[in-house]
Design a binder for this molecule. Structure first.
Ligand SMILES: *Cc1c(COP(=O)(O)O)cnc(C)c1O
Length: 400
């Protein structure tokens, strides 16, 4: 048995996607920084590699490893999470199609679906899919071709029942896409719960070190294009079509970036365990703080998502949480008074970050139903000593 036959997460994370090089013995996938590949005769490629936009061994090793962790064969790496999202919609939807998505989605996803895709003839509707009665009503009424779920969500950390929404989506002939950036495959494997596609911003926990921007798409094994979708390149098999589509669009990452993302992936289990433990301790501290009016974190027993998260995410619910203080002014004050938590928009890194969603990450979603209030502060709890993190928040809150 080789290490890549193992199914335990930590072992797969370290070994999937790459066997030590038979010639040189490299234990990690080398960084293949080349824009083209020598052919032995015209059209006779070595291992299928031809030109940098059409495939790179470093990138393929990373995409294969991430796919294995999500329980699939076919993974595709992208230069950003947003380019992954744009490409997967081009792959699976056509003008006239409709998308139903979680109200509480990443700001960029909201912009893609509400500003860009309508021009391409694809409409969308937000719904609180964490409320199954609402999910059932909206999906049965609108019969979307795509349902887009983010769970736990951003920035309210609501939890959506992936298996239940997958069943509803399939009942109307749609496909379920899950953005698994927040949970990572260590905490949640959407394909095993019935999703058809997983997308990632590998900028976050997968890369894990604040030094790379990237994205990924993972397709359920055997996924076919929906009947009404005419393939651009004649392939009904979604993975075969995706290879050609990505090549045609040129949405390919640098091998330097996929090398770094793959290095991050190897320690994903260790890091996410600690992110979860630190975030739970921080959430518990905030929940009892007199200046905090609400904490959104499904690891707390008082959170509305707690029970579902216990079932869907038994290893933990991740490192992001948000909380509210009395006024928008006070929220801004907190974000500027922390000394360890850096004021920056991102998550999934060793460094703890703090941000003000209404101004920074979710400015397109201020006001209205599901809108982001000015009193909200989001934390991406990092890997520092948790006592130091709590002390930092304590002094920041004392100053407001
Ligand atoms: C960051 C993020 C994205 C977008 O990814 P980029 O790598 O920034 O393009 C999408 N979804 C979620 C949940 C994210 O956190």
């Amino acid at each position: 048995m080789s290490a890549t036959d193992c199914t335990d997460f930590a072992t797969l994370a370290i070994h999937a996607g790459f066997d030590p090089d038979p010639v040189t013995g490299d234990v990690v996938p080398p960084m293949h920084v080349t824009s083209t590949f020598v052919q032995d005769r015209p059209g006779e490629l070595r291992e299928g590699y031809e030109y940098g936009r059409c495939g790179n061994p470093t990138t393929n090793a990373f995409a294969g490893a991430l796919a294995a962790l999500e329980g699939a064969t076919h993974g595709f790496a992208f230069p950003s999470g947003m380019s992954a999202e744009d490409t997967v919609i081009r792959l699976l939807a056509r003008p006239g199609d409709h998308v139903v998505h979680s109200t509480d989605v990443y700001g960029g996803t909201h912009k893609l679906l509400s500003v860009i895709k309508p021009v391409e003839g694809i409409t969308s509707q937000a719904a609180d899919l964490s409320d199954l009665a609402e999910a059932e009503h909206v999906i049965r009424e609108q019969r979307p071709q795509i349902v887009w779920v983010e769970t736990p969500s951003n920035p309210f950390l609501t939890v959506t029942d992936i298996a239940a929404v997958a069943a509803l989506t399939h009942e109307v002939g749609g496909l379920l896409i899950v953005d698994n950036t927040f949970a990572t495959p260590f905490l949640q494997r959407p394909l095993a719960l019935g999703a058809d596609v997983v997308v990632h911003s590998t900028t976050k926990y997968v890369g894990g070190h604040s030094d790379v921007v990237g994205g990924a798409v993972i397709l359920r094994d055997g996924l076919e294009l929906p009947g009404h979708v005419e393939p651009f390149f004649g392939e009904r098999d979604a993975a075969a079509e995706a290879v050609k589509l990505q090549m045609a669009l040129g949405h390919v990452p640098s091998p330097r970036d996929t090398y770094l993302a793959h290095r991050g992936l190897k320690t994903l289990a260790l890091r996410v365990e600690r992110h979860c433990a630190n975030a739970l301790a921080v959430a518990t501290f905030l929940a009892s703080h007199p200046k905090v009016s609400a904490v959104h974190y499904p690891g707390l027993a008082s959170d509305p998502g707690y029970e579902l998260a216990q079932r869907q995410n038994p290893r933990g619910v991740g490192g992001v949480l948000s909380f509210q203080v009395a006024t928008g002014e006070a929220a801004l004050e907190v974000t500027m008074r922390t000394r360890i938590f850096a004021l920056a928009a991102s998550l999934g890194a060793p460094e703890s970050l703090i941000e003000h969603p209404a101004i920074m990450t979710h400015s397109t979603r201020v006001g209205g139903v599901g809108g982001v209030p000015a009193t909200l502060v989001r934390l991406a709890v990092g890997l520092e000593d948790v006592g130091d993190l709590i002390a930092d928040l304590d002094q920041a809150l004392a100053g407001i």
